[in-house]
Design a protein around this ligand. Structure first.
Ligand code: PLP
Length: 428
């Protein structure tokens, strides 16, 4: 699979971008998405797929199918719809697992990301006075910080003192794996949970999840990964890495729409354990007895990640997730990743050709330590330059005080998009 290493010797001209597009084996997938346009009808350069992925054209018919089944069948749709609602979540059993390197049964699509994070912490954050600390990374996504702090507080621990934030070294922007390992080595016995992002939202750094998981588990810490910026972006092997749990949202690289139903991974070794504490609801119960309602007051969790479900699934919201995951299943992460490494390296190359030094890239240079996103720290007039990009039809995003995040997404972005971006930033 060393297609991932076939990096081209890049050239600066626009014709080179067109040649790359012509030779791109995934080029036809762009056609499967709605690309936003400007007032004059021209397509924007959409580099904000790390925030909200574009709409697959297959979403509308799949949602309409559910509307039709509801209209035509009403309550009978639970068992006689085209995709029966009773077992709707099970359609992701194989494809959802493939996406994150899990076994069938280790993944369930449910709720939203932060809700799943809380549900996972109910089970896997089991603090004691000697071991109650939670490790997160510097500039973690705010929702994650709020979630872990409120978990500390709800167990009666001081949210500030209970949190260990791993920081970059002086003068650096990203974390070093060896520093995280050192921290775990030194303080592992105080740490109940290591909860890091697979890819940091701000810097675009992809952590060495395998090494960090191993180091944390060696010290007896539980390990959970927030894969919001990792899923559909970088290759994942959650089962083999032996993480305890992981959570992710589906509206960024997975393109399942605003507020889409999120994902959750529970390792098989826990999925088999009905005695684990959890917040229960009827959909996590054994389906054999689920509809016996008042006759069965005892909660019997079903095996696997499914046993952490609480409510019956929102079908209209799950349908786009199916449309989206089907595309990933068809393309496969290896092919996507191969294009992604090339596309991002090309962006890095063109940025390196820019005259002057008004910015620096803070995302790691090694392909293994990043996904598709590059984070550009702008030293000079960052807001003005960001506005100038927008005026030129480039959609990316700005994080206070001075970071522009740019995500060329391999499913629908082109080498020509990257070229247009480079020209546009040069003109800011
Ligand atoms: C996008 C993102 C979230 C969003 O949380 P929701 O519960 O989906 O609103 C949380 N954490 C991280 C790391 C994110 O990137």
């Amino acid at each position: 699979m060393d297609q991932t290493r076939t990096q081209q010797p890049f050239q600066t001209g626009e014709s080179f971008a067109r040649e790359m597009d012509a030779a791109d084996p995934l080029a036809m997938y762009r056609e499967r998405f709605h690309i936003p346009t400007r007032a004059d009808g021209s397509e924007v350069v959409y580099f904000a797929g790390n925030s909200l992925g574009l709409q697959p054209k297959s979403v509308r018919p799949i949602v309409e199918q559910e509307l039709e089944d509801w209209g035509r069948l009403a309550v009978d749709g639970h068992f006689h719809g085209k995709t029966p609602w009773f077992s709707y979540h099970q359609i992701f059993r194989e494809s959802g697992a493939r996406l994150v390197g899990a076994l069938p049964g280790e993944v369930v699509m449910m709720n939203s990301l932060t809700v799943n994070l809380h549900l996972m912490m109910v089970t896997f954050y089991r603090p004691t006075p000697e071991r109650h600390k939670i490790v997160i990374e510097n500039s973690a996504f705010p929702s994650d910080t709020y979630a872990v702090k409120s978990q500390l507080g709800s167990h009666g621990y001081d949210p500030e003192a209970g949190l260990i934030v791993v920081k970059p070294r002086e003068g650096e922007h990203t974390l070093r794996t060896e520093d995280i390992e050192q921290l775990l080595d030194d303080r592992g016995s105080e740490i109940a949970l290591v909860m890091l992002a697979g890819v940091n939202f701000l810097t675009g750094q992809a952590f060495d999840m395998q090494r960090i998981t191993a180091a944390a588990r060696k010290k007896g810490c539980a390990v959970g990964w927030d894969l919001a910026h990792a899923v559909g972006n970088v290759p994942l092997s959650l089962h083999d890495w032996d993480a305890d749990f992981a959570v992710w949202c589906s509206y960024k690289y997975l393109n399942a729409g605003p507020g889409a139903v999120a994902g959750c991974f529970v390792h098989e070794r826990h999925g088999k354990n009905p005695d684990l504490p959890r917040f229960a609801g009827w959909w996590g119960n054994d389906p054999e007895t689920r509809f016996r309602m008042h006759l069965e007051p005892e909660f019997i969790p079903r095996a696997g990640a499914d046993g952490w479900q609480i409510s019956n699934p929102p079908i209209l919201a799950l349908a786009p997730v199916k449309a989206s995951i089907d595309i990933f299943d068809e393309v496969g992460m290896p092919a996507l990743r191969a294009k992604s490494e090339n596309l991002t390296a090309y962006l890095e190359f063109l940025l390196g050709q820019q005259p002057g030094d008004f910015f620096q890239i803070i995302t790691p240079r090694e392909p293994a330590a990043r996904g598709c996103q590059l984070s550009i720290l702008v030293h000079d007039a960052p807001k003005k330059r960001f506005a100038a990009l927008e005026e030129q039809g480039v959609i990316c995003d700005f994080r206070e005080p001075n970071v522009i995040r740019v995500a060329p997404v391999p499913l629908y972005n082109t080498f020509s998009d990257v070229h247009r971006f480079a020209v546009a930033i040069g003109a800011t």
